[in-house]
Ligand binder design. Structure first.
Ligand SMILES: CC(C)(COP(=O)(O)OP(=O)(O)OC[C@H]1O[C@@H](n2cnc3c(N)ncnc32)[C@H](O)[C@@H]1OP(=O)(O)O)[C@@H](O)C(=O)NCCC(=O)NCCS
Length: 187
């Protein structure tokens, strides 16, 4: 999952050369989810290994509290804050590691759950993304969760098109991209 996260982590493209430390992206965007709640992670595999995943949390505010208590402290010890080096973006992720992630209640009140989904190029375009989103959405509906959200970079036009096709709409725009939401009470 760390490898898939890195190889799709630059607005959908390979981020291997964007980060000096190959694990930082996975520490922030993939690994905490199956640790916090393994019942909301699904992975796709082929003969060569993991080729994609969807990870989610049912309650973003509770997830943030869990990260503060359990996930960030060892990473803060292991990875000191770093000044920008002009070549890599590690400092941005280290800022998240040290300052934590926050979730806007205006988004999480109607859409408490959030997700990350990534498939390697060889697994894309076969309906797997749609299946992963539907699987997560069904599991959240079973728990009575009313809504699901995610953040996407504006330059990731392929992912924005995908999310529109599978039922997400734009709920907020930001300098970096947009927040999309799905009302899980619709069906
Ligand atoms: C975005 C991503 C999850 C989509 O998964 P996928 O398995 O390739 O998508 P699917 O084959 O399930 O496609 C579902 C629908 O979305 C559409 N779609 C998927 N990718 C698209 C693209 N790049 N441009 C336009 N439409 C797209 C498909 O045409 C399909 O439409 P339809 O079923 O209504 O005809 C996958 O391509 C991916 O992981 N990309 C790299 C990482 C990434 O960008 N992750 C999101 C970060 S926010």
């Amino acid at each position: 999952m760390y490898r898939v996260c890195l190889q799709t982590g630059d607005a959908g493209a390979d981020a291997t050369h964007v980060y000096r430390d190959p694990d930082l992206l996975g520490h922030v965007y993939a690994a905490p989810y199956p640790v916090a709640d393994p019942t909301l992670t699904w992975v796709v595999t082929d003969d060569a290994g993991v080729v994609g995943y969807v990870v989610g949390t049912a309650d973003s505010q509770a997830f943030a509290r869990w990260q503060e208590a359990s996930w960030w402290p060892p990473l803060r010890q292991r990875y000191p804050l770093r000044e920008p080096d002009g070549r890599t973006r590690d400092h941005e992720l280290l800022g998240t590691v040290h300052h934590g992630a926050t979730y806007d209640p205006a988004v999480t009140d109607p859409y408490p759950a959030h997700l990350h989904i990534d498939l390697l190029p060889r697994a894309q375009g076969q309906g797997l993304g749609r299946t992963l989103i539907a699987t997560l959405a069904d599991a959240l509906r079973e728990r009575g969760v009313p809504g699901l959200h995610l953040g996407v970079a504006e330059q990731n036009t392929g992912a924005i098109a995908f999310y529109g096709r599978v039922g997400f709409t734009t709920v907020a725009t930001h300098p970096w991209g947009r927040t999309l939401g799905m009302d899980l009470r619709d069906r």
